[in-house]
Design a protein around this ligand. Structure first.
Ligand SMILES: NC(=O)c1ccc[n+]([C@@H]2O[C@H](COP(=O)([O-])OP(=O)(O)OC[C@H]3O[C@@H](n4cnc5c(N)ncnc54)[C@H](OP(=O)(O)O)[C@@H]3O)[C@@H](O)[C@H]2O)c1
Length: 261
């Protein structure tokens, strides 16, 4: 992907990964339409960038806000949509309020599908366009304690692959990138403690953003970010029973941290 000429709508721009991505993409020469709910944070981010950036307030769980954001994106002549906004949801399914599960599926899965649908006619009319969906390692290695989050991210992976195949006769690329844990506010203290207890590695937002931009430049369409997570993702597809057994050995630790208030 040629980022120097790109005009990118980046959702979740005020977050840990979003902010780092905005800086990397701006350094690559892209112009940015930055979206999130917190206008003050968006304004500070815009003022720290070197290329043209416009900010847009949108609660992506609102259909009206998605429609308005899609109109702003057309005015900005966006040719790359990065669906990055997301929320975490750690806990044991039977202890989680339904509202949390619904919000997780809505923000992490329905919202990117809805924004993509709203943007598609415009993107298809561009000489070159791309939709980039930020998934998670948990979309390919569904994890105990993250049932709703894993379901949403596995859904986003399926959506990305199906849409890529549906758009094969257009000039719109569909890219799905699945990072491992990143040190951002998305992870609660309980999740950070769990990662430490399990020895799960994490990346800084800057390192993850650098890797994402490198992959976009290279033109890969499907990538897991981080090793050994990429190997486990493959293993989970080929031999899920092995991953079942591996995770069964970690279940007591996961349950202990999931029950921490
Ligand atoms: N952190 C990790 O360990 C990790 C690992 C793999 C993948 N990911 C994925 O990376 C992406 C970015 O996550 P992050 O770690 O940067 O999280 P973060 O720091 O918590 O940022 C989340 C972003 O999403 C926005 N957002 C949340 N709900 C929204 C809503 N209803 N409407 C509009 N914007 C909303 C937030 O903005 P406002 O609150 O200002 O609206 C914020 O900009 C997510 O898709 C996440 O699933 C994260």
């Amino acid at each position: 992907m040629e980022l120097g000429n790109a005009r990118i709508l980046l959702t979740g721009a005020t977050g840990g990964l979003g902010g780092a991505l905005a800086h990397e993409l701006s350094a690559a020469g892209a112009e940015l339409l930055l979206a999130a709910r917190d206008m003050q944070k968006l304004g500070r981010l815009r003022d720290s960038l070197n290329t043209r950036a416009v900010i847009a307030q949108a609660d992506l769980n609102s259909g009206d806000d998605i429609a308005a954001l899609a109109r702003t994106a057309r005015d900005f002549e966006v040719n790359v949509l990065i669906n990055n906004a997301g929320i975490g949801c750690f806990g044991l399914l039977e202890q989680q309020p339904w509202q949390d599960i619904e919000r997780t599926l809505s923000t992490n899965l329905l919202t990117p599908i809805r924004l993509t649908q709203a943007m598609l006619p415009w993107l298809k009319a561009q000489p070159q366009a791309a939709i980039v969906n930020i998934g998670s390692a948990f979309g390919s290695i569904p994890f105990a304690g993250f049932a709703a989050y894993s379901a949403a991210k596995a859904g986003l992976r399926g959506f990305s692959q199906a849409l890529r195949r549906e758009l094969a006769d257009t000039r719109v690329d569909v890219i799905h990138l699945a990072p491992r844990a990143i040190d951002t506010p998305l992870n609660s203290p309980a999740v950070n403690a769990l990662n430490r207890a399990l020895g799960n590695r994490s990346d800084t937002p800057e390192a993850a953003a650098k890797k994402i931009v490198e992959i976009l430049r290279r033109g890969d369409r499907e990538r897991h970010i981080g090793f050994p997570e990429s190997l486990f993702a493959w293993l989970n597809g080929a031999m899920p029973r092995l991953v079942d057994q591996g995770l069964a050995g970690k279940l007591a630790t996961i349950k202990k941290h999931a029950s921490t208030p």
